[in-house]
Design a protein around this ligand. Structure first.
Ligand SMILES: Cc1ncc(COP(=O)(O)O)c(C=O)c1O
Length: 464
């Protein structure tokens, strides 16, 4: 069915095919963008106008727009409409490789790693930026903020002390581009010091494993279980990377006896503990577990990030190192030239000082708690043989697969059905075989598609 309309100077010719109206509209729009008939920056008709022109329900058009925004084909600008996204960002979907083809057909994403991007507090961020810009001095726009903006150092030292139990003087706070760049800086210092025996958790974030593997370091692993890293198995080493508040990916908090044991180990070894506190604010059933750093501030480099509390695109993170590492880290920072934008730093400082950051976290904690409850209850009810673990905190859960199912087959079936999933074995640092399981990120799907994403997950687990 072909229809043409003219809205705001735009002739939009849409050729819908198939019986499923919304899917047909989405496909027609994707094809028009792919072919270049709809070019980057083109404004689409309002949902009301397109619905009336196509003889469709307005909801159908707005769901199709939302879906294409989620897939990256369109962008929605609050108050000004929906536009075709920059073509460069769509180009990979034009490729003909099997991977690119299957990525293009992903409608739901339950992979871990991202918060709900649609919940970024845009208005609060805008007003924080406006206030912060009004108050910033001209000098702040120059070079010379190797540690970070003084306002953000002050705001974070106070916030982390209050909310995460970190012991920090503002001058100790170093702002970096997220945890990943912080880890890179720490590695620079360790390699420069000639201390390169590094221990990581046997299950962890693959990007961090790869970052370390590129360095000239000897890497050992320690096992992890439901209460964090088994620190009694720590070998002699110079540094260990831990996720004490919320083991990634298994989800446990480091047992109190293990917290004490690892600081004793670090004192004996003269080693550094790198504390990756990536989502410590999100704990649901009781008060959050405070930072390990407070037990041994002269041994622990505490690291936090805005990637889960706000969004990863900000690329803002922070390190609180022991005093004897501070100058070396600042020098490493100078050499990378990768300092965070001063504009974003002062905006974040203002957001924290105004209480907007706490409010956002409280709001998101409630949203994520509800999502976690829904994930847990739907799986308990519909796929009782799938065990859900590690749900007390964070934005992901580990779902052990029903007997007889393999990770590869479940992930592949899900992909065929437009659902992106991650297998637990993708988080492994050494050749071990954990039970077949999925790491389900429940933060990622926008609210309007979460129910459908869960239904698809259940269908895959029931039938694959
Ligand atoms: C274990 C872990 N650490 C840290 C991060 C955040 O990294 P960054 O701050 O570089 O975005 C993530 C994000 O997914 C993570 O899973």
């Amino acid at each position: 069915m072909a229809k043409t309309r003219a809205t705001s100077g735009l002739d939009l010719h849409i050729e819908r095919t198939g019986h499923r109206v919304r899917a047909g509209l989405e496909t027609a729009l994707r094809e028009a963008i792919r072919d270049g008939r709809l070019q980057a920056g083109t404004q689409l008709p309002s949902t009301r106008a397109l619905a009336s022109d196509q003889g469709l329900a307005r909801n159908t058009v707005s769901e199709a727009y939302d879906q294409l925004v989620a897939e990256g084909w369109l962008t929605a600008r609050q108050g000004s409409g929906t536009f075709v996204a920059d073509l460069d960002s769509v180009t990979p979907l034009r490729a003909t490789s099997a991977t690119a083809e299957s990525l293009a057909s992903i409608r739901f994403d339950l992979r871990p790693g991202q918060p709900d991007l649609t919940s970024f507090p845009r208005s609060a961020w805008l007003s924080a930026t406006r206030s912060a810009m009004g108050a910033a001095s001209d000098q702040q726009f120059g070079y010379g903020h190797l540690r970070g903006a003084q306002q953000l150092q002050n705001a974070l030292a106070a916030y982390l002390g209050r909310a995460r139990g970190v012991i920090a003087h503002p001058d100790q706070v170093i702002i970096c581009n997220g945890f990943t760049s912080g880890l890179d800086l720490i590695c620079d210092v360790l390699v420069h010091r000639g201390t390169t025996r590094f221990v990581i958790e046997a299950l962890g974030h693959t990007l961090h494993h790869r970052l370390l593997a590129r360095r000239e370091m000897q890497i050992a692993t320690i096992p992890v279980d439901g209460v964090g890293a088994v620190v009694s198995e720590l070998p002699s080493a110079d540094a260990v990377l831990l996720t004490p508040a919320h083991q990634h990916p298994l989800g446990g908090a480091l047992h109190p006896a293990r917290r004490r044991a690892v600081t004793t180990w670090a004192n004996q070894e003269g080693a550094v503990i790198i504390e990756d506190d990536y989502d410590g604010e999100f704990r649901y059933d009781r008060k959050s577990v405070g930072a390990l750093q407070s037990l041994a501030p002269d041994r622990v480099v505490y690291s936090g990030t805005a990637s889960k509390s706000l969004v990863p695109g900000l690329r803002l993170g922070w390190l609180i190192p022991p005093n004897d590492m501070l100058e070396e880290l600042i020098e490493a920072q100078r050499l990378t030239g990768r300092h965070a934008s001063i504009v974003d730093q002062v905006a974040l400082a203002h957001l924290i000082e105004s209480g907007g950051y706490d409010r956002h976290i409280r709001r998101m904690r409630n949203i994520y708690r509800r999502r976690r409850d829904r994930l847990e209850s739907i799986l308990t009810e519909r796929v009782p043989s799938a065990r859900v673990r590690g749900v007390a905190a964070g934005l992901h859960a580990v779902v052990e697969l029903p007997p007889g199912k393999t990770e590869d087959e479940v992930v592949a079936t899900a992909r065929e059905r437009g659902l992106a999933l991650t297998g637990l074995s993708e988080t492994i640092a050494e050749a071990e075989s954990p039970p077949p399981a999925l790491v389900i990120g429940f933060g990622t799907p926008p609210s309007h598609s979460y129910t459908a994403a869960l239904a698809r997950l259940v269908a895959v687990l029931e039938h694959s």
